[in-house]
Design a protein around this ligand. Structure first.
Ligand code: NAP
Length: 316
């Protein structure tokens, strides 16, 4: 659905975000007659729309593609009456019990309750040239950009499951995949690490950080300057692309003036999915820095809808 025509709307429940948490909350809330309005955000469908095979979502023994799984989530919530709006919330005002949300086109939504499921975004290395080269050889999404590096040399940064997954995916296209990690101990699960290590196209470079990504004609990456933390040596690595897979930052910037966050910016919840503001609930990766799985996000979305239903019925 497109953005609402009126510049002011009122409703009972607005859900911000459309990943597994948000759309599960929408499904349960719609079935509870709360007529939820879901503001999709970007990317619509959340992080799973940027991934390929999902092998660990229960109910799909042969796995399912991330975008297809999210289409199914959406279809199921719409079937029970959830209204999905394509757009982003740019600002919120939680200073009174009239909870107010402002869409990026300045449409104002006054709502009795809010479920925040804005997820988390990819972390960057912090190099000067990184953002300039995004989409021109630097990427945070192998699924989106791997195809462009057929038969080329690519580099993945990180030591977690995301890095292993990106590296393995890239072996479908690239002729060589370097995996650079700043330590020699990994956060990745053993099964993912073993798969990456067993792949002959992947070469691990450990105890190493990227200091610079070179791009002589500004449109193409040619090499990266590496710093070995053990030897303090500097080397140059020929590579056509750098895929950054070093974790995520919760998308909580617009809430920080109102909600209690932890030191890393994740929303603090208590007694299920309640935040410090009555009527505002949070679920999924925006409040979960530990498990961060689609299935746990979906579970917490269900909890948020039940918590909201109880809150709204106590208001009446
Ligand atoms: P993560 O587990 O937090 O790992 C991030 C990695 O990036 C760490 O190895 C970290 O190094 C490194 N790193 C962080 N900042 C860095 C920097 N500035 N420079 C260089 N390296 C840096 O994040 P993730 O891999 O995104 O995984 C997040 C969660 O999603 C995990 O629970 C994971 O299991 C899950 N996940 C699951 C799957 C799957 O099951 N298929 C796929 C992807 C993700 P240090 O170790 O030195 O801190």
């Amino acid at each position: 659905m497109n953005k609402p025509k009126s510049k002011k709307m009122e409703n009972q429940l607005t859900i911000i975000g459309s990943g597994p948490a948000g759309l599960t909350a929408a499904l349960y809330a719609a079935r509870g007659n709360l007529n939820p309005l879901v503001i999709e955000g970007f990317p619509a469908g959340g992080q799973l729309t940027l991934t390929t095979d999902v092998e660990n979502y229960p109910g799909f023994p042969d796995g399912i593609m991330g975008p297809e799984l999210m289409d199914k989530f959406k279809e199921q919530s719409v079937r029970f009456g959830a209204e999905i709006v394509n757009g982003e919330i740019a600002k919120v005002d939680f200073s009174s019990s009239r909870l107010r949300l402002f869409l990026d086109d300045e449409t104002e939504i006054e709502t009795k309750s809010v479920i925040i499921s804005t997820g988390a975004s990819a972390k960057m290395l912090g190099l000067e040239e990184e953002s300039l080269l995004l989409g021109k050889g630097v990427s945070t999404c192998a699924t989106c950009d791997g195809f462009f590096f057929r038969d080329q040399i690519v580099t993945v940064v990180g030591g977690g499951d995301s890095a292993m997954e990106e590296a393995l995916f890239l072996t479908k296209f690239a002729r060589k995949v370097y995996l650079i990690h700043r330590r020699e101990i990994f956060r990745a699960s053993q099964i993912m690490l073993d798969r990456a290590k067993a792949n002959p196209k992947i070469e691990f470079i450990l105890n190493t950080e990227i200091k610079k990504i070179n791009n002589p004609d500004e449109n193409k990456v040619t090499n990266a300057i590496l710093h070995n933390k053990k030897t303090s040596g500097t080397t140059e690595l020929d590579t056509d692309a750098v895929f950054i897979a070093i974790g995520h930052i919760p998308n909580t910037d617009i809430f920080k003036d109102y909600l209690d966050l932890n030191e890393n910016g994740y929303i603090l919840t208590k007694e299920g999915t309640k935040t410090n503001i009555p009527g505002v609930f949070a679920c999924g990766d925006v409040q979960d820095w530990e498990y961060r799985q689609a299935v746990t996000a979906a579970g917490s979305g269900c909890m948020a809808a039940i918590d909201t239903e109880r809150y709204l019925s106590n208001l009446k």
